[in-house]
Every structure is written in C-alpha cells, then in structure tokens.
Design a protein around this ligand. Sequence first.
Ligand SMILES: [Zn+2]
Ligand SMILES: [Zn+2]
Ligand SMILES: [Zn+2]
Length: 507
Amino acid sequence: MDRASKLNQSLLSDGTTSFKFQINESASDRGDLCLVATEHIPVAQDIICKKQMLVVADSNHLKSTCDNCFLWLYGEIGKNGRIRAAGDAEPSLDKCGACKVVRYCSKSCQRGAWKHHHKAECKIFAQQEKSDEVLRATVRLLLNRKAGIIDDSEWSAFMDLLSHMKDYIEGGDMLKQAISETARWTGWDEADEAFKETYCRVKLNCTAIHSLEHEYLGIGLDPLISLINHSCKPNTYCLFEGSQIRVRSVEPISAGDEITMTYIDNTSDKHSRQLVLKSRWFFSCRCGKCSCDAGNDFDNIPEGYTLDSLRKLIQLASSANISDPEKTESAMLEVISSGKGWPTHIQPLPSLYSRLAIGYHAKRSHSKEVHYLLHLCFVGDPVLYPNRVDPTRVRNLFMLTMALHKLARDNSTAVPELPLQSFELGLVYKYCMWKAAEDAQTSHGENSNLWKALNARLVEEAALVADPQTMLALMATDQMQGDMSKLLLQLLPWAGIDPSCTTAWKA
Ligand SMILES: [Zn+2]
Ligand SMILES: [Zn+2]
Ligand SMILES: [Zn+2]
C-alpha cells in the first residue's frame, strides 16, 4: 500500500472530522502529501476537532499552564468557561511532586496526565526544566511510544511525516545543542540517529499553540494536522482550546480543493513571508497571493522611511521581551518620527501594536492597552482583514472589550484626560462585548469557549440592571446601539484617531 492510502486508513477512519477528506500525494513543493476535501464545505464550519497527540508548554509557560488540559492561568476565560471577574480567586497550579517541572490545575488533571503520558517521562523531565519545547516533546513522544501509550497507527503516521534532518543539520547547531543537553541526563541513552530524526520531525511538523489572547504557550503535535499545507491565503484557520485543536473554514471549500492554513503571519510582505517559510520549513511559497505580490523588500516601506527603519521595527516586533513596553514604545516612536508617519496597517506596525497591548496588559496599564487596541481595531484591522468576522479581527475586538472593562473598573480618575466617565466607559465595554459576541458566533463558532463565555457575560451584565431578556432586547435596538457607538467614537480622538476614517463596523 502506498503512503497516502496507508494514512487515509490510519488517520481518517476514526470520525474526528466532520466533513469528508482524502490524503493525496501533493503536486506542490510545500509538502509531499496534502489533505483534500472530497465534499463541499461551507464557510465558518469546524472541519476537524480533536485532542492533539501531544501538547507541551514552552519553558516560559511551564509554571502557568496545566500539563493535562493546557489551561493557561492568565487567560481571560477561566476554568469554568466564564470570563474572569475582578473578585475571582487568583487561580493556581500544583507541581508534580516528583519532577517539579510540570503543573496541574486539579487532582483529576494530575491523575489524568500521569496515566496518559507523564508516568513514562517524569524521571527525565526532572532533569530538563530549561529544555526547549521541541526537546521536551521529543522525549515525551519517544518514552510514550516505548511504554506503548502511542499506538502503532498513530506512530507510523508520525514516522511517515517529513523530517528535513539534512536541512536542519546544514542550517545550524540547534540539533547539536539538543544532543549535548541529552548527554547530561542520567537514565537516557537515546542520542542516536533515530532520536535526531524524531527531534527534527517534531520541529518541522509541530503547530504553535496560542491562547485566545495570542500568547504563545507551546507546541502541539498531531499527524493529521501536520498534513495541512501552508498557503498565504488559506481556506482554514486553527483555534486552540486547551489541548483541543479546531480547524475551521474561512471560506467555502469545493470538493477537490486542498485544505490549507497559514504557518506564519500572512499580513506581512511577500519578502518577509518567503524568508520565514524558507528558513523554518524549507520551501518557497507559490500560492496565489505570492504570485500576485511584488517580491522586493522595499515595496512595503512607507514614503520617507528607509530599509533601516523597517529592520528596526521588525526587530522590535519580534523581540520576545515585552516586560518593558515603555522602552519598546519609545524606540518605536523614535523610528516613526523620522518619517511622515508609518500607516497602522503596514507590517510590522500592527504586530508591534499587538505586542505593546499585551505588554501593557501584563503591567495593568489599561489606558495604554486600550490606546493600541483602538488603533488595531479601528485603523489597522479593517484594512488587513476586510472580512469583519476574520478570527484575528474578532480576537482584537475581544481584547479591546476586556481592556475597556478594566479601564472602566479602575475608574477614569486614574486617566484624567479620558473623555468618558466610568459609567460611559462601562457602556462602551458592553457595546464592544455585544459586537464581539455577534462576530464570534461566526468566526469562532457556537461551540467555542469564546462565544459561550461572551454570551454568559452579556446575560450576567444585563441581569445587574433588569430582567436579562428585556435588557438584551433593549441593547439590540438601533437607538441604544447608536448611543453606545457615539460614546465609543468619542474615545477615538483621545487615542489620536480621526473618527471619520474608521470603517470598522460598517462592513
Ligand atoms: Zn488541567
Ligand atoms: Zn513529574
Ligand atoms: Zn504564499
């Protein structure tokens, strides 16, 4: 039997997909196999929904992520599926008493993880708190296979994936570093060729797991998901909820079409996209968007700026450290002030604004957070994502909603120049929440944690004032929506945005 038919049997016969697919040999150079729809798929449908074969937190999130259900402590939505309220107890995680590396949100998660994967690996994990997530995932995979926890069909599906080991060896010393680290562990003697190849295969095929708020938490690995090839204009996107992955259609997909997703931020220019794809996944993208876009890296530099300005901004946007947003902000302003103004929708500025919002969020500077999110939601996103229900756009609106809520709660006296009173900010927050819920119904779906949590909060908020049904009906009236949106528009000049040029909610 050839590889594609073997994989069709092992990966697509267990009912994890809601539509019919087939694994085929691929004609493109993005991957040697691909996933193809064999029936029509409408837009905004969950097409794959499954627990990934494994999920592993990166070393920055080991202390804040449950190793079993992948709950992230600092997410806006708590364990009970509700948006966290101000009075909620600070959530916490308990360490595995033996290795002291992984943590759990409950006794049942701890027991579940022990049975599912941790028993086999605990002794080695004790020695590798500082390891990168790919190394930890490789160890988990190998030890769990040895212990018989990963079955033959899943294992052979994984082993059938490409590894690009030769390219990784040529590309640098990442593999050497991993090997030298394993040499220090007692009770580990697997640093052979098979280990190296597994490590490369994990590295090449893993998906980056982001929280709802777009915080990078770690990696997941699943042979079926790995078969979905990249396109800069994809027809699906991935949503992560705990250890679950959901692949949703962002446009109608015809029978015979290949299923694609983006591996990168596809709003950046062609030159940057190709650079990342080549160095990280070893291919040149020839998707529709890449054949249309110009390829010169000067094309996307706004008038009055140089290649050096672009490089500086890229460096600021990609630096991992957002613990000092003020410093990043002043460096950014210095670059921007050297020209006539860098438009908000031209990368890397939107990425940088997004990182600044996250940085200020962590420091609880909610007025700064609101400032950057207003720029994204009203100026950048409508250009970058013309579809109002694009998942990224809805995510930014959700974050704006939460930031407005905190700003209203903190009391506007803390920010004297704000044009709105606390209660007015509260109304704007409810208005944004209403809009976010409306959009999330399509972008994330009625099964998503986001949509359920937003709806539950809307009902709660309405119940504070009157009977919830009456209150929600009142909020839905044109009069009320008009009043609330007028208040929101008053916030825009405060953030330095001309209200007449926003198109955010007109689509
Ligand atoms: Zn848990
Ligand atoms: Zn342990
Ligand atoms: Zn492309």
